[in-house]
Each structure stands twice: as structure tokens, then as C-alpha cells.
Ligand binder design. Structure first.
Ligand code: FES
Ligand code: FE2
Length: 447
């Protein structure tokens, strides 16, 4: 950044129907993504069900900054920077657990699980100017929660989480969460973790790509067809009635509902034939009424991307974490449903594992595509990636969202449009370095 102006004119590199390859490979672009997308906007952090009891915590990141998501003694969720206010040691080293106190290993300062500084070793040598209340763990400036999904923003100002999500996304979150007759998820079943040597945006684009499944996942679909007779390739064919949908603000989805209705893939009809299914269906109707239960079960969850780092597909939450310009980590958290027979949750997990697990038949194929993408990007003779499928064939839906056919690249174009909008905002280098902190009255400051 120079003089507060964007040094890269992203209009030159991100067109309506194509994107320049350097947007995936340029380390200056990557740094600006961290500053403007991850270290300023709303970023998904974790789910409230992961920390149900006072003292429960999980260490995570916002962009590349380490954060502790913790439930304090009063039951409040806190997002604390994992950084000792003495000399910046990370105070928490384990991924998750339960504690009343975070103790910094370097010089032994201790913090309560709400971030307050509790104890300073050999306190007397600081003198009277030192006030413990000035040195609590710093909080993530803004935190918001919707239906248990916790988001943080490292910027103290900006649009609210409510504005960021918007009504269409909240409706999709409802469809995902209300598969539970109690309206609550349990995101503690475990985590699949994987990494790949390519840019983070490949996983984002791929997660919302209805064009690739019939080719990348051909073997998986062929096996399903042999076993069950179901021809899943029809769902992702060019004649399919399923849709790509732009929900605004870079949030997009693959919408299978029209196809499911047309082809009788309605879960409420299948449920009674499955273990625990009838009791589940009865509980859903008791909770929601028959019409809404049918709506929720026909959607069967969602297939949703919440800009910039959260994906909901099938039964799982997928969190995408950029590590470097060409390294990415991905975390999959299968969500169990509260209030359903155990067989229903077991079935969700087994289905998840069959495609997304380490020995599953699907997700590993996508990873191979990302690394091949990164190889292809080294060729700059023609540096453009084409996102023109279905371009100018989009149409507005009755709810104001914009839809295309399932194989259209509407979803990728919508993500890039938001990406360019955010990346073209004025910069703030202080966001990267951290603003100088004003101490109330240090020994030096009083001199
Ligand atoms: S860095 Fe934490 S106590 Fe010194
Ligand atoms: Fe895939």
C-alpha cells in the first residue's frame, strides 16, 4: 500500500467473466488479502457447541492471527488474542481443552478465562504505575454469533455481522440447523484436517463448483450407481434443474432443491425406511409442522459458502485457512443433530466419511485438482482463467437472489466480484502492523 491508495488496480486483473492467474500466485496480493479480507472483515471462527461449559476453549485463527475462543466463568463466549501482553508469547499451546487460567510459559503471567490479567510474577519490580487492568489479553475487536456460528472481526468498525450475512444466508443457515428437531447442532464429533500446496481460493471456488463433480468424482458416482442404482451424475448435468445461486456479499450456494422436488429425492419419503428415520420424521413434524418439515428435509441441509472462509456442505462445516500464497489448510467439522435417534447421527457421519474422509472416495480428488491448478498457473503465455460459463444468462429469482444453471460459473463470478470490491477498498497498513498501544502511564511515559 502506498499513501492509502490501492497500488494494484484490480479492475485490470478481475474481469466479469475471467480472472488473471497472478491473483492466485502474487505474494503482494496475498498480503493484501490478509489485510483487507481476513484481518478486517467478518471471518468464521468456530461453533458455540464446541465450548459448551465454562472454561472450554479452542484455539483457532482469524487469517493468520492466533485466537482463543473460550467460554468464561460467567458463560459468555470470548474471542481473545492468543498473545501475552508482556512480550507476546502465545499463552495457549493446545488446540482445545478446559481451563480457568491461561498461564504464559515465558515469565509466568496468568490470565483468567475472560482474559483479565490475574497474576504477575515478582510484581514489585514494576512499580506503582503498573495496573493489571491495562494488561488483560486483548479481545478480538468485534464478535458476532448467529444460530451458534461465531464470527470475529479484527476491525473495530465496519458493517454488522447481520448486514454481512444478509437474509438469504440466514435462511440457509436455518435450513442447515433446523434439521435438528431441537434447532441445535453439536459440532464435537471430530475434525478432518488436510492441507494442500496451492492457493486458498481454489478450495473456495471448488466448494461451489457444480461443473466439476461429474468429471473429478466420476469414479465415486460410478460406484454409487453400481451399489444403489442412483445416477448422481444427472444432478450435475447440463440439463439438470438444480441451480447456482448468488446470495449477495460474496455468499453463494449450489441449490439442489428444484432437482430434489422434481425427482422425488425428498428425504421425508426416504426417512421411514432408514434406521431411526420414522422417529426423526415424527420429531421434525412435531417441531416445525408438516409443511416446514418438508421444506427443511427436501433441502437436506445446504451447500453454502459464507465469504470468505466458511462452507457448509452435506453435514459438515468446512473452514478454509490461508497459510501462505500457495499453502492452505482446511478443517472439516461434521455436525451432529441434537434431538435425533443415535442411528440418524451415525448415518450422517458414515455418509460424510464415505466422500470427505481420509479414505473417502471424493474430497481427495479435489485436492489433486488444486495442485494441478497451481502447476498450470506457472505458464503465463495466456494468464487468464475463464469463468464465462452461463455468463449473461443469470436471472433474478423471486426472493431477489440471482440464479443460474448448476454447471454455470455464476458462483465463481459472484465470489470474485465481492473479492474485487473488498480488495479495492482503501488500505490501512496499521491493520497489518498493529497500531501503537497507548499505555495509561508507563515508567517511561511519566519521565
Ligand atoms: S511473555 Fe508472557 S510472561 Fe513474559
Ligand atoms: Fe469436488
Amino acid at each position: 500500500m502506498k499513501n492509502g491508495q490501492a497500488k494494484i488496480d484490480y479492475n485490470e486483473f478481475v474481469k466479469e467473466d475471467r480472472v488473471h492467474g497472478s491473483m492466485y500466485t502474487d505474494s503482494d496480493v496475498y498480503q493484501e488479502e490478509l489485510d483487507k479480507i481476513f484481518h478486517r472483515g467478518w471471518v468464521y471462527v468456530g461453533h458455540a457447541s464446541e465450548i459448551p461449559n465454562p472454561g472450554d476453549f479452542r484455539v483457532t485463527t482469524i487469517g493468520t492471527q492466533s485466537v482463543i475462543m473460550v467460554r468464561d466463568e460467567s458463560g459468555q463466549v470470548q474471542l481473545l488474542m492468543n498473545r501475552c501482553t508482556h512480550r507476546a508469547n502465545a499463552v495457549c499451546q493446545v488446540e482445545r481443552g478446559n481451563t480457568k487460567i491461561f498461564r504464559c510459559a515465558y515469565h509466568g503471567w496468568t490470565y483468567r478465562n475472560n482474559g483479565d490479567l490475574q497474576g504477575v510474577t515478582y510484581h514489585d519490580r514494576y512499580g506503582e504505575w503498573f495496573r493489571k487492568e491495562d494488561f488483560g489479553l486483548r479481545k478480538v475487536p468485534r464478535m458476532g454469533m448467529h444460530r451458534g456460528f461465531i464470527f470475529g472481526s479484527l476491525s473495530p468498525v465496519g458493517i454488522t455481522l447481520d448486514e454481512h450475512l444478509g437474509q438469504p444466508v440466514k435462511e440457509q443457515l436455518d435450513l442447515f440447523v433446523d434439521l435438528s428437531p431441537e434447532g441445535e447442532l453439536d459440532v464435537t464429533a471430530g475434525t478432518h484436517k488436510y492441507g494442500y500446496r496451492a492457493n486458498w481460493k481454489f478450495q473456495v471456488e471448488n466448494s461451489m463448483d457444480g461443473y466439476h463433480p461429474n468429471f473429478v468424482h466420476q469414479t465415486f458416482f460410478t460406484n454409487i450407481q453400481h451399489r444403489t442404482g442412483a445416477k448422481l451424475t444427472n444432478l450435475f448435468a447440463s440439463g439438470s434443474t438444480s441451480l447456482t445461486r448468488d446470495l449477495g456479499n460474496g455468499h453463494v450456494m449450489l441449490d439442489y432443491r428444484p432437482y430434489n422436488r422434481e425427482h422425488g429425492r425428498r428425504m421425508q419419503e426416504l426417512l421411514p425406511t432408514r434406521p431411526g428415520g420414522q422417529a426423526y420424521l415424527d420429531a421434525m413434524i412435531a417441531r416445525h409442522g408438516a409443511a416446514r418439515a418438508e421444506e427443511i428435509l427436501t433441502a437436506g441441509g445446504t451447500h453454502l459458502f459464507i465469504f470468505p472462509n466458511l462452507v457448509l456442505i452435506g453435514v459438515h462445516l468446512r473452514v478454509i485457512r490461508p497459510v501462505t500464497v500457495d499453502q492452505t489448510e482446511v478443517f472439516l467439522y461434521p455436525a451432529l443433530l441434537k434431538g435425533v435417534p443415535a442411528e440418524v447421527n451415525a448415518s450422517r457421519l458414515r455418509g460424510h466419511e464415505s466422500f470427505y474422509g481420509p479414505a473417502g472416495g471424493g474430497a481427495t480428488d479435489d485436492l489433486e485438482m488444486f495442485e494441478r491448478n497451481q502447476i498450470g498457473l506457472s505458464a503465463r503465455v495466456d494468464p487468464w482463467l475463464v469463468l464465462a460459463r452461463g455468463f449473461r444468462q443469470e436471472r433474478p429469482d423471486v426472493d431477489g437472489t440471482v440464479v443460474g444453471q448448476i454447471t454455470d460459473e455464476l458462483t465463481q463470478r459472484s465470489i470474485w466480484r465481492q473479492w474485487k470490491k473488498v480488495m479495492s477498498q482503501d488500505g490501512d497498513t496499521a491493520a497489518r502492523r498493529g497500531k501503537p498501544r497507548q499505555l495509561a502511564a508507563t515508567a517511561v511515559g511519566r519521565g
